[in-house]
Design a protein around this ligand. Structure first.
Ligand code: NCD
Length: 301
């Protein structure tokens, strides 16, 4: 069964298949409008979401499938009555053809996949991974740069709790001649295991302490918000804010991405800059998730 659990499960070839399918969907959406006819997809979100949830729902419906879901699964599903994730998944996998799940626990998707009779798609697991986000991030980079080899990527913000970062650095490690730069407050540094993962795949990782230490010709600036919901305590002001002045230190070719939602780490004065592509990135979520769903349900062609 084709589960989507971790970015680590992909190869260059399997990514290429998804990106090609996403391109085909963009170019000829009508060809795919009935591909999931008769299929039911369950959307189980135990944490808040705007983009991931709605783009998955849009993706299912644009493919002609239907959705079953529960509003705020943590509060309104039987989790509130003490049911284990395993029991919930065993039950709902009998109601549908695939389950898209977002959960606060790091190993939630693995656990779900062990008991599910239908494909599990990880739509965000605790602080660990968010593979479908990193697929659309890479799709956006490829769309803008025309390549995924020879990329200089700077990751910024909450590198400790940011699951989109963890999935992204794993995925980009599939490519050749990749340099990654990290800029965060010290207490939000990237965990060593992700640095090791990159180094084992010949990706260099450089810890920066200011914007000036990121090369001005970096291809991608990927910022993230502090994941306040994952820890107690106050972290004080955002230290690394990208505003017009900061963005202008970088090349005309540097693109600015963010998984969204943003807080103060990217100021709105960059929104009209053609390099600020985070809204386009969010929109790419629909065709990429359509391609992911088709693959999981063996309907890709
Ligand atoms: C991200 C997430 O949920 O991890 N959001 C998203 O899916 N686009 C990032 C975040 O919440 O900061």
């Amino acid at each position: 069964m084709r589960h989507v659990i971790s970015s680590g499960q992909y190869t260059r070839q399997s990514l290429e298949e998804i990106f090609e399918l996403a391109d085909k969907i963009v170019n000829k959406p009508e060809k795919y409008s009935k591909s999931l006819d008769g299929k039911v997809v369950s959307i189980m979100f135990y944490e808040p979401s705007t983009r991931t949830r709605l783009s998955f729902e849009s993706a299912v419906q644009r493919l002609g499938g239907t959705i079953i879901s529960t509003e705020n699964a943590k509060v309104y599903s039987s989790a509130a009555k003490g049911e284990t994730l395993e029991d919930t998944i065993k039950v709902i996998s009998g109601y549908c053809d695939a389950i898209v799940i977002r959960h606060n626990e790091d190993d939630s998707s693995e656990r779900a996949s062990k008991v599910s009779s239908v494909p599990i798609i990880n739509a965000g697991a605790g602080k660990k991974e968010h593979p479908t986000q990193s697929l659309l991030d890479l799709y956006t980079i490829k769309q803008q740069k025309g390549r995924l080899d020879n990329i200089k990527l700077a990751v910024l913000g909450d590198l400790l709790y940011g699951r989109t970062i963890h999935s992204l650095v794993k995925l980009i490690s599939l490519y050749d001649n990749i340099s990654v730069y990290g800029l965060s407050k010290k207490e939000f540094a990237l965990p060593q295991k992700y640095i090791d993962y990159m180094n084992e795949r010949n990706v260099s990782y450089t810890i920066c302490s200011s914007f000036d230490e990121i090369p001005s010709d970096v291809d991608v600036l990927y910022h993230t918000r502090t994941q306040y919901e994952r820890f107690d305590g106050n972290t004080g002001r955002e230290e690394f804010i990208i505003n017009k002045e900061v963005l202008n230190k970088f090349s005309k070719e540097t693109i600015l991405l963010h998984p969204l939602p943003r807080n103060e780490e990217i100021s709105t004065d960059v929104d009209e800059d053609p390099r600020a592509l985070f809204f386009k990135q969010a929109h790419n979520g629909v065709p990429v998730r359509m391609a992911i769903l088709l693959q999981c349900l063996d309907k890709s062609f």
